[in-house]
Write a protein that binds this ligand. Sequence first.
Ligand SMILES: Cc1cc2nc3c(=O)[nH]c(=O)nc-3n(C[C@H](O)[C@H](O)[C@H](O)COP(=O)(O)OP(=O)(O)OC[C@H]3O[C@@H](n4cnc5c(N)ncnc54)[C@H](O)[C@@H]3O)c2cc1C
Length: 415
Amino acid sequence: MKYSAVTLAREALRGHRHWPEAWAKARPKAAYDAVIVGGGGHGLATAYYLAKTHGLSRVAVLEKGWIGGGNTGRNTTVIRSNYFYPESVALYDLALRLYEGLSRELNYNVMLSQRGMLIAAHTPAQMEICNRIANAMQLNGVDGRLMDAEEAAARVPLANQAADARYRLMGGIWQGRAGVARHDAVAWGYARAASRMGVDIIEGCDVQDIVVEAGRVTGVETNLGPIRTNRLGLAAAGATPGLAAKVGVRLPIHTYALQAFVSEPVKPILDTVLLYLGTGTYLSQSDKGELVIGGGLDRVPTHGQKGNLPAQEQVLSGVLEMFPSFGQLKLLRQWGGVVDVVPDSSPILGPAGPEGVFLNCGWGTGGFKAIPAGGTLLAHMLATGDHHAISRPFDLDRFRTGRLIDEAAGSGIAH
Ligand SMILES: Cc1cc2nc3c(=O)[nH]c(=O)nc-3n(C[C@H](O)[C@H](O)[C@H](O)COP(=O)(O)OP(=O)(O)OC[C@H]3O[C@@H](n4cnc5c(N)ncnc54)[C@H](O)[C@@H]3O)c2cc1C
């Protein structure tokens, strides 16, 4: 069913009892033209673009839990393309441009809200970093500019600008096209659109092994039985190194827990996404009125989807230094995800060992914003057997050649 004002009105009159399921609950078939492991945003988007752009619909997405139950449904929903290196900007701005038309394309409201993002500085050294990144953004053709203290403070009127404030705003970088989107809706929208084009989305399907014969992938073993394919995409975030190890490939990825926090809803008080370079804490206000808060990693590698108190204290004390008045807010909930962090803070896209196996992983703390691009690029590789020009610099071989894309050093992201 196509969602529209007419169907909404009709179903409202019928008591909302006749909506069809958004995506079919598929059971595995014996063989597919392509199989994608991981029903997060990247895996689902890959399936959608395989069907839509490349006409391949004998495709399955295998998800061991439920779709969007990984990091895609656990993130703080920030979308931006304010990176430093041209390779990264090409990747993340492709994603942003695709996000800009996504609700219409998927016929599903992903609630994209381009409210702008301020990366705030509070020392002269941080202003220098901002200056450098703003220049790089302009050279790379992305909307971005430097803000002075007055303009920055006007964007966040509740920030502590007292003379003795520890993190008094000195200015920052502004990207007007940045913003947020509803993360569940991105997963559900891609799932629904892919399913409508014939893709099988199979939840509760745990990929336990990868079968390789004569140097080429021939299938996977799952808890629901074997599935044959000679094109396999691995988009399983923090679980990808374990899967790649099954075909003899060692990935330079560590997994860490990253936490998010949500306050009780309040009336509109923050109409931008705000990141403080000094604390690494960032926040935005959801459409419902809650403050959505994120920060740094728990620095102990783990596969446990939960946080710990020291990291909570660090993030929340950062918020309170910047906004003392938020100390009155109640926290409603907190959760953790397991993110796949690469030494140069850039994703890994490209072939992995046996012919027919391709990687989409290593997004770390920032892969939600990249979902439409990650899906486009993995779909291209699975369909053509070769890199897209935008994915080539992110190949695994950069760790052999040394041509790293070090966004931690470039754009100053903390991890
Ligand atoms: C707290 C937090 C805040 C974040 N904030 C942001 C943000 O503001 N902006 C941003 O851009 N990014 C953010 N991120 C990062 C972002 O969420 C991830 O980079 C992104 O969602 C990765 O998507 P994915 O599809 O690769 O992985 P996931 O969504 O994690 O999907 C991978 C899926 O693979 C499945 N899987 C694993 N192993 C197997 C197996 N053997 N068989 C079958 N299925 C398997 C998992 O169950 C999972 O559903 C944040 C992450 C967290 C945790």
